[in-house]
Design a protein around this ligand. Structure first.
Ligand SMILES: [Zn+2]
Ligand SMILES: [Zn+2]
Length: 297
C-alpha cells in the first residue's frame, strides 16, 4: 500500500473541464478493481522451495541477514547520531550501492543454489492454493497499477515548482493544541512537559505552531502543463520533475521499477537510468499535456 506519482500524458487539445475524465479513461485499464476475463495466474509458490533452499544455503555459507547487517554497520558506520533517513540523496545512493556490494556474495550463492535445486521454477507440490499445479484461475487485472488516484495530491506543484506549504489554504488548525497553539495542553501534553519543559505539540511543528498541513492539498493549476513547458533539449528543468511512472497517450505504461524498454526486468533500477528513460519518453511527447497524478495501490 503506497502512493506514487504518475505523469499521465493526454492530448494537448483536451479542454480543461475534461482533463479529469480524460485521465480517468487513460487510467481505466490499470484499475485494480477492473475485472478481466478469467485467466491463469502463476501461483506464488512457483520456485519458492528452491529459493528458500538457496537462502538457507547462503545464510549457512556467508552469514545470515542479521550478520550481514551487523558487518555492514561495522564497516560503514553512520556519522554519530545520524540515521539512514538523515542522509542526502548522494550519500544515500552511495550507501545503497555499498550495501548492494556487501550482500552480492550472499545473493549470488543463494541464486546459484536455487537454480540448481530440483524444484527450481517449479511449484510446491503440497501448495494448498494450486494443489501443486503452479497456476490459479483469476479475474483480477494483471496490469493493475492503482485503486485510487487524484490529480496533484501529495505531488501537487511538482511541475510548477510551487511548494504547497507556501499556500495558506493548505494549512488547518492543529486539533491537539487548540487554544494553546504549539503547546499541547491536555493530560498527555502536560505530562510530557513535566518531564521535558520544552515539549510542545506532536501534531504540529515549531515553525508553524498551532497549524498543520491539510491531508488533502489544493490542486496547483500547474499540475496540468504542456510537456514542452518543463522539458527542453531532452531534459527536465528540475530532477524532481521525474515521476515514478509515465502513461503515454497510446496506453504505454513505463515505470522506474520495470525496464521493459531495455527488454529486461530486474527490479528497481538506479535513478539515473530511469531518469534517462523518462526523459526520452517525455522528449517524444513534447506536444502532449502532462497531468500530475497521485496514485495509490
Ligand atoms: Zn501454489
Ligand atoms: Zn499542535
Amino acid at each position: 500500500m503506497s502512493h506514487s506519482v504518475v505523469l499521465v500524458l493526454i492530448p494537448a487539445s483536451t479542454p480543461t473541464a475534461l482533463v479529469e475524465d480524460t485521465v480517468r479513461d487513460a487510467l481505466a485499464p490499470f484499475d485494480e478493481n477492473l475485472e478481466v476475463p478469467e485467466h491463469d495466474e502463476e501461483c506464488y509458490c512457483v520456485g519458492r522451495i528452491a529459493k528458500d533452499a538457496g537462502e538457507a544455503f547462503a545464510c549457512a555459507q556467508v552469514g545470515t541477514w542479521n550478520a550481514l547487517r551487523a558487518s555492514f554497520a561495522a564497516k560503514f558506520p553512520l556519522p554519530a547520531g545520524k540515521h539512514d533517513f538523515d542522509l542526502g540523496e548522494t550519500e544515500n545512493d552511495a550507501r545503497r550501492q555499498a550495501w548492494a556490494a556487501h550482500i552480492s556474495d550472499h545473493q549470488a550463492i543463494a541464486r546459484q543454489h536455487a537454480e540448481a535445486h530440483p524444484l527450481a521454477g517449479k511449484p510446491d507440490p503440497e501448495c494448498t492454493d494450486c494443489s501443486g499445479g503452479g497456476t490459479n484461475k483469476t479475474t483480477s487485472n494483471p496490469r493493475a497499477k492503482w485503486d485510487w488516484f487524484t490529480i496533484g495530491g501529495r505531488w501537487t506543484g511538482m511541475l510548477s515548482g510551487r511548494d504547497p506549504a507556501d499556500d495558506p489554504d493548505n494549512w488547518e488548525p492543529c486539533e491537539l493544541c487548540l487554544g494553546t497553539p504549539g503547546k499541547r495542553n491536555d493530560t498527555l501534553g502536560r505530562g510530557a512537559r513535566a518531564k521535558d519543559p520544552n515539549y510542545g505539540c506532536n501534531g504540529c511543528r515549531p515553525e508553524k505552531p498551532g497549524l498543520k498541513m491539510k491531508w488533502r492539498l489544493k490542486q496547483d493549476p500547474g499540475d496540468v502543463a504542456p510537456v514542452s513547458s518543463f522539458v527542453s533539449n531532452g531534459h527536465v528543468e528540475k530532477k524532481d520533475q521525474i515521476p515514478f511512472a509515465i502513461l503515454e497517450r497510446d496506453g504505454t505504461w513505463s515505470e522506474r521499477g520495470d525496464m521493459h524498454w531495455f527488454g529486461v526486468v530486474v527490479g528497481e533500477k538506479p535513478r539515473d537510468e530511469w531518469k534517462d528513460a523518462a526523459e526520452a519518453i517525455l522528449a517524444r511527447n513534447l506536444d502532449a499535456l502532462a497531468v500530475v497524478v497521485d496514485v495509490h495501490i
